[in-house]
Design a protein around this ligand. Structure first.
Ligand SMILES: NC(=O)c1ccc[n+]([C@@H]2O[C@H](COP(=O)([O-])OP(=O)(O)OC[C@H]3O[C@@H](n4cnc5c(N)ncnc54)[C@H](O)[C@@H]3O)[C@@H](O)[C@H]2O)c1
Length: 260
């Protein structure tokens, strides 16, 4: 059974990714800063899910957790860098100048350093096996530049970190490709998170519309927002044999929200 290490595995998207991978026969290690998040999701997913506590900002911890997963399960076949989201951001609402540079560190540390740390720790295992897959969770904001104020706190810096994740994906795909390791990214748009279930997303979009008609961004499809399973299915596909010739891509999972 192949093993995937999913950071932020206790989050909403981590849960969707874990579900999709387990359904496809993977063993999944859910690594999260908050042990209660990882344990809750592992309990919900059942057989095939193993929770562990990890702060991806700390390289030594990331390396120890990834080495342990590879040892415990006999291989480390995939890494999904999903840690982040609202909990990691913890920035006040506002534009660049309304924010405090001190808050930028949190986004840069988790979104960039966390991704670098885990990729660095996972690559030697995959190189030794001459195969493996890495999927980085970027964002529509990293493909286009996310909108400011209520829709995304600290949007400019968040967007820059996610654009960095996309460029990192493209560069790492070239470095690791000769070793049989594929590196891809996915870019969610408006999806659920722990702090933002579907009802809250609908409420946010309605208040945007009330404040400025036309500003409430939603998909042109009949379903306005993404689901964690949309992200999970895409990640499982990118890690599957069917995606054997796909590397360095960033799959747009915004449901078309990015287009307007
Ligand atoms: N939900 C969306 O609409 C959306 C859109 C675009 C991109 N994303 C990205 O998807 C990823 C997951 O977001 P989510 O919506 O599931 O958020 P979430 O808040 O539901 O889950 C994030 C999880 O990451 C964990 N985490 C935070 N900092 C960590 C750290 N330093 N080390 C390890 N774990 C840490 C949290 O404890 C939490 O369980 C993030 O990278 C986010 O930027 C989400």
């Amino acid at each position: 059974m192949p093993t995937a290490f999913v950071t932020g595995g206790g989050g909403a998207l981590g849960r969707g990714i874990g579900r999709a991978l387990i359904d496809k026969g993977w063993q999944v290690v859910l690594a999260d800063l908050k042990p209660e998040h990882a344990e809750e999701v592992a309990a919900a997913l059942g057989a095939g899910a193993t929770p562990t506590t990890l702060n991806v900002n700390e390289f030594a911890l990331a390396k120890a957790a990834i080495d342990k997963a590879a040892k415990d399960f006999g291989s480390l076949d995939a890494l999904v860098n999903c840690a982040g989201g609202t909990m990691a951001l913890r920035v006040p609402k506002g534009t660049l100048v309304e924010n405090d540079p001190e808050h930028w560190d949190r986004m840069i540390n988790v979104n960039l350093f966390g991704t670098f740390n885990c990729a660095y720790a996972a690559a030697p295992h995959m190189k030794a096996a001459k195969r493996g897959g890495i999927v980085n969770i970027a964002s529509g904001a990293g493909m286009r530049g996310g909108p400011p104020e209520s829709r995304q706190s600290g949007a400019a810096v968040y967007s820059a970190t996610k654009a960095g994740v996309i460029a990192f994906t493209q560069a790492l795909a070239q470095e690791l490709g000769p070793h049989g390791i594929r590196v891809n990214a996915v870019a969610p748009g408006r999806n659920e998170s722990r702090a933002k279930p579907l009802a809250k997303m609908i409420e946010m979009q309605q208040s945007e519309e009330a404040r400025e008609p036309g500003s409430g961004r939603a998909s042109p499809l009949p379903r306005p927002f993404g689901k964690p399973s949309d992200i999970g299915d895409a990640v499982a596909f990118l890690l599957s044999a069917e995606a054997d010739y796909i590397t360095g891509c960033c799959l747009d999972l915004t449901g078309g929200i990015r287009l307007h």
